[in-house]
Write a new protein. Structure first.
Length: 459
C-alpha cells in the first residue's frame, strides 16, 4: 500500500479543492506515479474526474454511512498498489452530519485513515488574516494532522509571499504553493453531461493544462515529503467485505451507460464477493436485458437527460418489463426507479414513455426535490431489508414521483426532516429514490442474491 497519502481539505465549499485535487493527480500521473483517488462523502460526480485522470477507479469514503473499519478497509483495498493516494474532501474540513462534532466530515475521515491534511485557503482579499484562519483550523481539533497549506486565488506572487510568511510564522507549517486568482482554470461545469464528456476523453487537454499549471506553482516534491505516513494496518482479512465468500452461481444484469452510472464500486464488488457474476448492458445503446440472468440492478444517473433516446428503445423496455412482470428480483435506485415508471416529464413539458412497470410518472423540476443522508428500513414485504435491518444511503434528485393509484411503500427513511415513507414494492421489484451503500448493511446483498437464486431455481 502507498506510504504517501494526503487529504485535500478546504476552509469551506468552493475554495478550489476539486481543481487542485485533479491538477495534483494529473501532475503526479505525468511523473509516472500510480495515483489513487478518493472522495469524501456520497458524491458520484467528482470521482468520475479522478478516475478519468488517474485511470484507476476513484472510491468514496463516507464515515456517516460506513463504520471506521469499513472506511479504512476500502482505503487499504484501493491503495494497495498505488504510489500516492489523494483524498478530496467535502465542504469545509469540519463540516459533517452534526455541527457539534466531526461525524461524517473530512476531518473525521482524515483521522480514520491517519492521513496528513493539506488545507486549501481562499486568500483573495486578505494577508496576515490567512494565518488566523489556518490557526483556527489547527486549534479546533488536536487530533487532526494539518501538515501544509496551499494558497488559492492569490492576486500575485508578492501577495503569495505575504500570506506564506504569515502562515509559516504563526502556524509552523509550510505553505507549499499557490494558484493565482486571474487564471482561466475553472473546471467545466459539473452538469449532467459530465459523464459522457469524460468517457469520450474530451477533457484530457484540460487535465493536462491543469497539471502543468499545478507543477509550476506547487512544490510537488515537498508535498510528497510531508505526506509520507506509516502504512495502515488492515482489519482481519478473513472478515473483509472483499473476500470471495461464495462461488459465483447467479448472474445479475447491471445497467451501465451515460444514463445509468451512479454505482459505488463497493456495491458491485460486494455482489461479486457474495456469489454474483455481473453482466453489464446499456439500455441507452439499445441493448436488451441479457438472457440467462437472474436479477437486475439499475442504479442512478441521468435518465431525464436521455429521456427521448430511452423512450425510443422499445425492445429494451419490453425486455425489462416482461422479465420484471415474471418476478425477476430487481433493485432500482433513483434513475433506475424513474426509468421503470410510466413516463418522465422533462422541465420543458415534454413527456416520454418509459418501461411502464411501476404505476405513476416522474416530473422533473428546476429546483432540488431532496438532498441528504438517509437511514433506511424496509417496509413490510421488503426482502432486501426485513425487520431489524438498517442500511444507510442518500438522496439527491430534482424530480418528483406522482403515483397512479395505490402503491406499496418500500422503505421508511429517516433524514434531517424526520421519517417518511419512500419507494415502491411491486412483485419482486424494489425501487425508490434512495441510493444504498451496501457496505452499510452487507446483509442487503445476501438477501438480494438469495431472492435471485430462488427465482433462478423456480424457472
Amino acid at each position: 500500500m502507498s506510504t504517501h497519502r494526503f487529504v485535500i481539505a478546504g476552509t469551506g465549499s468552493g475554495v478550489g479543492k476539486t481543481t487542485i485535487t485533479i491538477g495534483l493527480m494529473a501532475a503526479y500521473k505525468k511523473r509516472g506515479l500510480n495515483v489513487q483517488g478518493f472522495k469524501c462523502g456520497p458524491d458520484y460526480i467528482d470521482p468520475t474526474y479522478h478516475t478519468a485522470v488517474t485511470k484507476r477507479v476513484s472510491r468514496n469514503l463516507d464515515s456517516w454511512m460506513l463504520s471506521p473499519e469499513i472506511v479504512k478497509e476500502i482505503f487499504i483495498h484501493a491503495s494497495r498498489d498505488a504510489d500516492v493516494s489523494i483524498v478530496e474532501g467535502v465542504m469545509g474540513f469540519y463540516d459533517g452530519k452534526d455541527p457539534r462534532n466531526n461525524r461524517g466530515s473530512t476531518a473525521e475521515i482524515s483521522t480514520i485513515i491517519n492521513a496528513p491534511v493539506i488545507l486549501v485557503v481562499n486568500c483573495a482579499s486578505m494577508a496576515r488574516s490567512a494565518a488566523a484562519i489556518v490557526k483556527g483550523f489547527q486549534a479546533l481539533d488536536p487530533n487532526v494532522n494539518i501538515v501544509a497549506c496551499i494558497a488559492n486565488r492569490v492576486g500575485s506572487i508578492g501577495h503569495f509571499q505575504i500570506v506564506k510568511t504569515a502562515i509559516e510564522q504563526e502556524c509552523q507549517i509550510p505553505v507549499i504553493g499557490y494558484l493565482l486568482k486571474e487564471q482561466d482554470i475553472e473546471i467545466p461545469e459539473r452538469h449532467l453531461g459530465l459523464i459522457p464528456t469524460i468517457e469520450r476523453g474530451e477533457l484530457n487537454s484540460f487535465f493536462d493544462k491543469l497539471g502543468q499549471l499545478i507543477e509550476k506553482t506547487i512544490d510537488l516534491d515537498k508535498l510528497l515529503e510531508v505526506s509520507k505516513a506509516d502504512p495502515l494496518v488492515a482489519p482481519n482479512s478473513a472478515s473483509s467485505i472483499f473476500v470471495q465468500s461464495k462461488k459465483q452461481d447467479v448472474r445479475i444484469a447491471v445497467a451501465k451507460d451515460a444514463a445509468f452510472n451512479f454505482y459505488y464500486k463497493e456495491n458491485l464488488e460486494l455482489l461479486e464477493a457474495k456469489g454474483a457474476e455481473l453482466v453489464y448492458f446499456s439500455p441507452l445503446k439499445g441493448e436488451k436485458l441479457p438472457d440467462n440472468v437472474h436479477g437486475l440492478y439499475i442504479g442512478g444517473g441521468f435518465p431525464e437527460e436521455y429521456a427521448e433516446e430511452l423512450s425510443e428503445m422499445i425492445a429494451v423496455k419490453q425486455s425489462i418489463k416482461q422479465r420484471v412482470e415474471n418476478g425477476m428480483p430487481t433493485l432500482a435506485e433513483c434513475g433506475g426507479f424513474m426509468y421503470l415508471t410510466e413516463s418522465i416529464e422533462t422541465t420543458n413539458g415534454k413527456i416520454f414513455p418509459m418501461v411502464g412497470f411501476l404505476p405513476g410518472r416522474i416530473k422533473m423540476q428546476n429546483k432540488l426535490a431532496a438532498l441528504g443522508y438517509r437511514e433506511i428500513r424496509g417496509e413490510n414485504g421488503n426482502y432486501l431489508l426485513p425487520e431489524g435491518f438498517v442500511a444507510k444511503g442518500h438522496e439527491f434528485h430534482y424530480s418528483t414521483y406522482e403515483a397512479n393509484g395505490p402503491i406499496r411503500f418500500a422503505f421508511s427513511i429517516k433524514g434531517m426532516k424526520g421519517s417518511q415513507k419512500e419507494g415502491i414494492i411491486n412483485k419482486n421489484v424494489i425501487a425508490g429514490y434512495t441510493h444504498f451503500h451496501f457496505a452499510s448493511c452487507p446483509e442487503v446483498v445476501g438477501n438480494f442474491l438469495t431472492k435471485c437464486r430462488e427465482w433462478k431455481n423456480s424457472g
